[in-house]
Design a binder for this molecule. Structure first.
Ligand SMILES: Nc1ncnc2c1ncn2[C@@H]1O[C@H](COP(=O)(O)OP(=O)(O)OP(=O)(O)O)[C@@H](O)[C@H]1O
Ligand SMILES: [Mg+2]
Length: 406
């Protein structure tokens, strides 16, 4: 056997083993619908297949048109949240826009390379291979393998394997997302069943010939309550579905935030009185540019939560203050309560839809959609919603909104 043909043979066998690996991974990907574990499998496969130090996935956020890290083997999730990669002028943006792979042999010589990410995460990127993540219809992001090990350079085989992996991964991610949506529908139908069952039982009772006359009034009252709950549920579902699909338009006007806060407090005052919870406001006057109706919806949910999950004779304070600086000033509204508080573990899930803390879910009504809706609304305004809480002491939910410019 000549040297050339033996080299060929070893290359063929290493290629075959790569394809074997790729096949196994793609089968695994197709059987996983949990997005987080899916992402972990993809980057670990990307590293293995290309023999590199690190790998990451950036996905396109359709709302902002920017790229965000979904997962990276060399960045912790906390740091990842802070990094936004623009489509214009970045390497990943180029890959997504052109739908083509790219090898950067030496990032220090690359004009589109931003050191910002490396500086943030204290990592030294030498070289990288990035490929588009393409579904049947579009490019959803970019898969990158970083720093080829043992001083090697990226080869044609690396590009081919990573490209195949990226398309498998893109389809698996899309499937997982669709599954999440169908999950939403399942949960929604489940929530609707309880009031519907109560209504059905009420009509059966009402139709009984032997029903004592004085009972019918109570049953009709129950029917009215359950009907109201159905109306509230369906409108919350619709709100969230619209917000999630990005079909919600904000109706921006200038208004005084303090006025809106007082107006919202008036709505919840009877509920607060019933529990002897007092509500106070402090802070200056701020004019904001925002969707008044939607911000009111957020404030009502925060205030209602602060009452529902408060103790008897508790207190709620609403603090208004300016935050941030520079050309984009924001105002923060913090709703502070003296309620049960929320454990660190539960805080992580607070803004997920349908999430309710089991201890409190038993004795208060709710769907667990209020905060998920609030997060969408505030982020659509360019603001943020945050939470600080200590179990047994209380919680503070804070939102920020852009101050109106003259
Ligand atoms: N201020 C608070 N103190 C303690 N727990 C809270 C507070 N606010 C929210 N929670 C917890 O977070 C969960 C989710 O709140 P969220 O407002 O999303 O839903 P909800 O109040 O249950 O229902 P709704 O959709 O009617 O608002 C609540 O069920 C409760 O367990
Ligand atoms: Mg609520």
């Amino acid at each position: 056997m000549t040297l050339a043909s033996s080299l060929d043979a070893s290359r063929t066998s290493s290629l075959l083993s790569r394809y074997q690996q790729l096949l196994e991974i793609s089968m695994q990907l197709n059987s996983t619908l949990d997005l987080a574990s899916l992402l972990r499998k993809i980057i670990s496969a990307a590293k293995d297949l290309t023999n590199t130090e690190a790998a990451s996935i950036m996905l396109l956020d359709p709302a902002s048109g920017e790229l965000r890290f979904e997962i990276a083997s060399n960045i912790n999730p906390h740091e990842m949240e802070k990094i936004v990669v623009p489509m214009e002028g970045s390497i990943a943006g180029w890959i997504v826009t052109h739908g083509e792979p790219r090898v950067i042999e030496d990032v220090s010589k690359e004009p589109g390379w931003s050191r910002r990410v490396d500086d943030t995460i204290e990592f030294h990127t030498r070289n990288l291979l990035g490929v588009p993540m393409r579904t049947h219809t579009k490019v959803i992001g970019c898969l990158q393998a970083v720093n080829k090990l043992e001083g090697a350079t990226f080869e044609e085989d690396d590009i081919t394997t990573l490209t195949v992996l990226a398309s498998q991964a893109a389809i698996a991610i899309e499937n997982a997302r669709l599954f999440q949506q169908s999950d939403f529908i399942a949960e929604m139908v489940h929530e609707l069943r309880t009031p519907l069952a109560a209504l059905k039982a009420s009509t059966v009772l009402l139709l009984r010939p032997d029903l004592p006359a004085n009972r019918s009034q109570d049953i009709i009252q129950t029917m009215q309550n359950e009907t109201e709950r159905l109306i509230r549920l369906t409108s919350e579902f619709l709100d969230l579905a619209r917000l999630e699909s990005g079909r919600t338009r904000l109706d921006l006007t200038r208004f005084d935030l303090g006025d809106l806060i007082r107006e919202s407090i008036d709505v919840v005052l009877p509920q607060a009185h019933a529990k002897d919870v007092s509500i106070g406001v402090d802070g200056n006057k701020y004019t904001v540019t925002a969707d008044r109706g939607k911000v009111k919806q957020v404030l009502l949910n925060l205030l209602t939560n602060a009452i529902k999950y408060n103790r008897e004779h508790g207190r709620i304070t609403v603090h208004l203050q300016a935050v941030g600086s520079g050309d984009k000033p924001f105002v923060q509204v913090a709703v502070q309560d003296t309620g049960f508080g929320i454990s660190k573990e539960h805080q992580k899930h607070m803004f997920e839809k349908f999430f309710r803390v089991a201890d409190t879910a038993g004795f208060t009504q709710g769907t667990g959609l209020g905060l998920a809706i609030a997060k969408h609304i505030i982020e659509a305004h360019g603001g943020q919603i945050t939470l600080e809480s200590e179990p047994g002491v209380g919680s503070t939910f804070a939102i920020t909104l852009p101050v109106a410019t003259r």
